[in-house]
Design a protein around this ligand. Sequence first.
Ligand code: ATP
Ligand code: MG
Length: 548
Amino acid sequence: MVEASNFIEEFINEDLASGKADCVHTRFPPEPNGYLHIGHCKALVIDFGTAKKYGGICNLRMDDTNPAKEDTEFVDAIQEDIHWLGFDWDDRFFYGSDYFEKTYELATGLIKKGLAYVCELSPEQFKEYRGDLTHPAVSPFRDRPMEESLDLFERMKNGEFPEGKYTLRAKIDLASGNFNMRDPVLYRIRYIEHHRQGTKWCIFPMYDFAHPIQDALEGITFSLCSLEYEDHRPLYNWVIDNCDVPSRPRQIEFSRLNITNTVLSKRNLRELVETGVVDGWDDPRMPTLCGLRRRGYTAESILDFIERIGVSKANSLVDVGLLEHCLREKLNMQAARRVAVLNPLKVVIDNYPEGRTEYFEFPNNPNDPDAGTRKLPFTKELYIDADDFSENPPPKFFRLKPDGEVRLMSSYIIKFGHVEKNPDGTVKEIHCTADLEVGTGVPTDRKVKGTIHWLSADHCMDTTAVLYDRLFTEENMNDLPEGKVFKDFLNPQSAVIKDGAKVEESLKDAVPGEMFQFVRTGYFTKDSKNPGQFNRSVSLKDGFKPAN
Ligand code: ATP
Ligand code: MG
């Protein structure tokens, strides 16, 4: 017996013990109308992860019953993303639409049993006739003779009627307190081409009818889904009880993942893509798995995040800081250190000989002695970050300032000489002298407090660095002030572009996904679309305090 670590596993253990289930067979059913996001990731980790924990299996099923907006681009991307996370389905890859024939047959079976009928209320009438908590629904076609419903249903399938003219409804309970049970629609007419079935079908089953049938036909024992399906569970069970299906899956619901400063609705994400607010589904600011990957998130850090948020039944809002923290924590141990100067400012060392090059040793990762060291060239002309110099420094400014001294990382101490300005008054370059005697040693006669990073102007590479930040300024994007829409809260600083940044020459061989810490600056990876660009995955500063 596997020890349960959440309520889903407790239910599973009960059913295995009582013999209601003889194995753990789950499925992950994404709708191929968009890319997977971090919310789906929670669901798929639960589906694949629970099966794995019990030595069971998990099917991947494209939930393509609804023909609108589905696309093979999404089908391919979904598989790539799941593989990237490290899960696999062997040959258990299915399409919901492959069961259209069987689902139609089972619907016909319900009509024959007197449990379904063809209704001809318009969608507007359907709403109007729904009733309320004190009044049952009204369904004028409920007692249509079985033969007539059978005939009409077949003709619906044959394309004899326009969209909206007829639906097939289950005959359950017009007075039920659960509105999903008030004779729900099972089939509707849609003249729309299906990405796999073409124009073969013009009637399509509703999710609530198709899903339990697909689960049962695949022998799924535990159908794990998010909380909004809880009210649909009685209907799920009704379908299983009344259709002639080979097995009896159990639906268990868990809470959806919501994250601060993030939208996870596919509809909203699609709108960001279609209106060009972001650069595609894999824009590094998107919460999609491909976006996070392009941003520099590793599969390991995402899985760590999912594990830490746990599985619960209560909806909650998770701090995006936790996701960033999980990445930072891994990269702090793993990422190679490199020097990058994002806002280059030229420094000339007046007392350093022209044409001379010296090499100074830098650790590749102070947290990992095995990572070794590398040497960086030092020359008369250097770049430092403009932020590391101030002409009118605030108190406690320990970087370069008039008459001040500062340590160049792993190298000389330099003393300020003078500033050369451009005609417009901006700083052109700074002249300094280096303490060539003390070198990398520590002076005995004075204390030098600050250390700044630098690159040789003759030995560096130009790049564009993009400093990514949260896409939205509002914490709870699920609860916006009245009259506001999600796009009102876009963060104008979500992608700050630093053209003309300088990096170590060694970075010319970097590959996308290879992670670096640019010292004192943040964690970066090479962009997968623009070879001359580095993306900031996450800053160094960690404002997030995990509870334990
Ligand atoms: P959306 O409402 O954004 O369109 P969806 O739920 O319709 O999302 P699907 O492709 O149908 O998207 O989702 C596949 C699975 O992922 C479902 O089982 C769904 O419950 C689950 N899922 C989707 N979003 C989340 C989330 N934020 N947290 C947990 N599970 C989720
Ligand atoms: Mg869905």
